[in-house]
Design a protein around this ligand. Structure first.
Ligand code: AP5
Ligand code: MG
Length: 240
């Protein structure tokens, strides 16, 4: 990656020519998966599939899945694999995933990873999964979680410390009053980190061992991290 900006202007470095295929964004709670996924959607023109967002939408609508997931999410534990896999299967069946998709927050267990790997392998002509792990230290994760605010209308993500809206408490795009997620407390964050270490860290190792894997430092400005992910995916796709 050039620091001068010269290479950044080319199609390869901006990712505009990349057919991304299935891209997994891995990383701890609050590391910036959702923020990065939204940037990549703009660059690649493929959908973000956030299992957290899909589950929160089910909770808000009071569906049977939402009713089953609500308390589990509020205490920071993981929703059962079969429920999440079924939800992802429905989403992956939609036609906008044909050129690829950005999975944000899935897979989160080895069972989910194995389900996804089998599903992608069974698809004729599908590109293999590539995984990008974003890493960040505990204190900065906690700061990002406790400072986060979300727009309930357009799902834009803000941070009172690092990325505040122009008008305090209101979305720049929608003007809607921003909300704080029910699980964005220090206490629930600790439980989410425990679940992450126990169940999701092995998923990171699984994809590291598979080889189509990159790590990106999350302790940088948003645009620098996006550029790092784009360069990594481009490299992994050319090597495949
Ligand atoms: P989910 O919604 O996926 O939560 P998470 O993994 O804990 O991740 P977050 O959404 O909290 O963080 P993020 O990495 O997206 O960070 P963001 O971009 O918002 O899951 C919630 C729950 O649903 C789970 O606990 C579980 O119960 C259930 N669930 C979901 N998926 C599941 C699955 N597969 N299996 C089972 N259960 C599942 O950024 C965070 C903050 O940092 C923001 O304020 C942002 O503005 C700021 N920020 C971002 N980037 C930067 C930067 N570079 N510099 C400074 N600030 C930044
Ligand atoms: Mg998220």
């Amino acid at each position: 990656m050039s620091a001068s900006g010269t290479e950044v202007a080319s199609g390869r470095e901006t990712g505009k020519n990349t057919v991304p295929g299935p891209v997994l964004l891995l990383g701890a709670p609050g590391v910036g998966k959702g923020t990065q996924a939204k940037e990549l959607v703009k660059l690649w023109g493929v959908p973000q599939i956030s299992t957290g967002d899909l589950l929160r939408a089910n909770v808000a609508q009071g569906t049977p899945l939402g009713r089953a997931a609500k308390e589990i999410m509020e205490r920071g534990d993981l929703v059962p694999d079969s429920l999440v896999d079924d939800m992802v299967a429905v989403r992956l069946g939609q036609p906008d995933t044909a050129r690829g998709y950005i999975l944000d927050g899935f897979p989160r267990t080895l069972v989910q990873a194995s389900w996804l790997d089998s599903r992608v392998a069974a698809q004729t002509g599908a590109l293999a999964v590539v995984a990008v792990d974003i890493y960040l230290n505990y204190n900065e994760l906690l700061r990002r979680i406790t400072g986060r605010r979300n727009c309930p209308v357009c799902q834009a993500i803000y941070n009172v410390y690092a990325n505040p809206p122009q008008r305090e408490g209101f979305c720049d795009v929608e003007g809607a009053a921003l909300i704080q997620r029910a699980d964005d407390t220090e206490q629930v964050f600790e439980e989410r980190m425990r679940a992450y270490q126990e169940l999701t860290a092995p998923v990171v190792e699984h994809y590291r061992e598979q080889g189509r894997f990159a790590e990106v430092d999350g302790n940088r400005p948003i645009a620098a991290i996006t550029a790092g992910i784009v360069a990594a995916v481009d490299l992994l796709r050319r090597a495949a």
